[in-house]
Write a protein of this length. Structure first.
Length: 254
């Protein structure tokens, strides 16, 4: 299949392009964060040129839908949506935690069945956690994604932990002999996941290139900020004194 995949949900930006009949994909990875908004599209164009593909020749545009960085997810979704609209191709949203599980599976060369709990940094002293099982060449979700403190992780102590939280929260996680593996959601992992997800009907129209948010409120909208500002000004305004009153209102008045 001809596929473009990218992920900007973490501190790294990962992009990959695969072309029918070519065994190895064209790959680019670099520091992400704020750089993703300016570097993602030029790098996509560069990889497509190397692969000799036009956007309209793609079978789908695959992107990391989250959970992850709020800004990173907005970047990925807006780019996926814009490119897909222009080229008339569908998009394939991929669970970024599942992409981490797939990346960890390949890194270790583990044979099936394989149980992995994925942990991704969520900031604010929290992490995203989800569990998956790889069996019969397919991934199955075991525990849905949740947003938790490191100490709140429920883990059997034996299955693999994979993600990017160990430097920050490693001492706060439950103990056990299970392997801890540094892994990120990569575009190549998403390319490997794509055929099964597409076969299962995971592709959607460009308008549905939407992020997966686990933390509901990460920023205030313009209207919310305006409402808070108005409320603050009202509270700060001096209290009016009735001209009929004999004395100013005392501290016991509201």
């Amino acid at each position: 299949m001809n596929l473009l995949a990218f992920d900007t949900s973490t501190e790294w930006m990962s992009i990959a392009v695969c072309r029918t009949g070519v065994p190895a994909p064209w790959v680019h990875s670099a520091a992400g964060g704020a750089r993703s908004s300016t570097h993602l599209i030029p790098e996509i164009q560069r990889l497509l040129a190397q692969a000799g593909l036009q956007l309209a020749q793609l079978d789908a545009i695959v992107f990391g839908a989250g959970p992850g960085s709020f800004t990173g997810l907005r970047t990925a979704c807006s780019v996926a949506q814009g490119l897909a609209f222009g080229a008339g191709v569908p998009v394939l949203p991929v669970d970024t935690l599942l992409a981490v599980a797939e990346e960890a599976r390949v890194q270790t060369g583990s044979t099936e069945p394989l149980d992995i709990t994925v942990l991704l940094e969520a900031r604010m002293d929290e992490m995203y956690a989800a569990s998956y099982q790889y069996k019969s060449s397919l991934w199955k979700p075991v525990k849905p994604c949740s947003l938790i403190k490191p100490e709140a992780l429920v883990w059997d102590g034996r299955s693999m932990l994979a993600g990017n939280v160990f430097a920050a929260y490693g001492t706060r996680l439950p103990d056990g002999p299970g392997l801890r593996l540094l892994a990120l959601p990569t575009a190549t992992a998403m390319l490997r996941l794509a055929p099964a997800l597409l076969a299962a009907g995971g592709a959607v129209p460009a308008a549905q290139a939407l992020p997966t948010y686990i933390r509901d409120k990460v920023a205030q909208t313009t209207l919310e900020r305006a409402a808070l500002k108005t409320a603050a000004q009202a509270l700060a305004a001096p209290l009016a004194v009735s001209p009929l009153a004999d004395a100013p209102l005392g501290p016991h008045h509201p």
